[in-house]
Design a protein around this ligand. Sequence first.
Ligand code: DOR
Ligand code: ZN
Length: 344
Amino acid sequence: MRLEIIQPDDWHVHVREGEVLQYTIPEIGLHFARAVIMPNTNSPIVSIDAMLAYREAIHAAMGQTSFEPLMTLYLTADFDPSILKSAKEFPWFHGVKLYPKGATTGAEQGVLNWLEHAEVFEQMVLLNIPLMVHAEVLSPDVDVFDREAVCLEENLQPLIEAYPTLRVVLEHVSTQEGVNWVKAHYPQVAATVTAHHLCFDRNALLNTRIHPDLFCLPVLKRREHQQALIAAVTSGHPGFFLGTDSAPQAARDTYCASGCAGIYTQPYALSLYTQVFFEQQALAHLEGFTSLNGARFYGRSPNTQRVCLVQKPMKVPEFLPWALEDRLTPICAGQQLAWQVEGV
Ligand code: DOR
Ligand code: ZN
């Protein structure tokens, strides 16, 4: 079976920095025309200069493939809202990312009290800049599996009520509550959905053995939530779009006593998403999810290039090259996937 679609965009990607860009960057251009680059690098992207330098380093690492990196700024406690006006002048500036402090890998400099950042949100409303949110609370009283649902109530709902024209993206939605919230508030809000939250539930992470390479944040949830995500994306609802949250890291940071959250899906994500739509007999809605909904929400044109998805088995390598004499374990390492991506 073959299926031709408009070339997809990835609306949520981590590429890290330095030497490893040579591994992370060329993989994106293989399949995606644009990618939203997350700002949670070791020194977070908090200024125009940092954003320009990061973008340049990304371009320098492109090699044979190419894509358009869309850059983001990290909302830190001391974020200066006056830089947003200059940022907005760059057509490749995409938006601001909010991490609750300490909520995930690279979120140490995130925010504690969201509504304290009124000046930033007011400026974003004025300039029509979207806010991308890692929606989890980090209170010891809240169970790790409830962090997203509680965050919707405690932080996101008050935020969109305080700023009814601020456009908000619930990144890597992982729960039924998240799906319901997006449907209730679209088109002010939308959500990215990862391939791993669609393909796996928490049993895959914590079965009779632990699988650290399936540890991500938000953590995988129980089957009912996975099914709610699958139903949302395959229904064709325009508020859900592709964002891999592909998060590469050295194997030594995945397989250790205190492993980091992050799953590397980049080159295999499109194959996995396609399989999900295929299994639901919803391939008619695949292109909307991969290539149209995000562009429409963000007010960007759809891509003009096309790609072809072919039902042809593909073996995922056990590991991929990485820097510092280490390696990178991709999602589904050593397994067979059902779909491949070809140019047209
Ligand atoms: O699993 C994750 N890894 N979730 C995130 O939100 C951040 C990411 C990372 O940067 O590694
Ligand atoms: Zn992320």
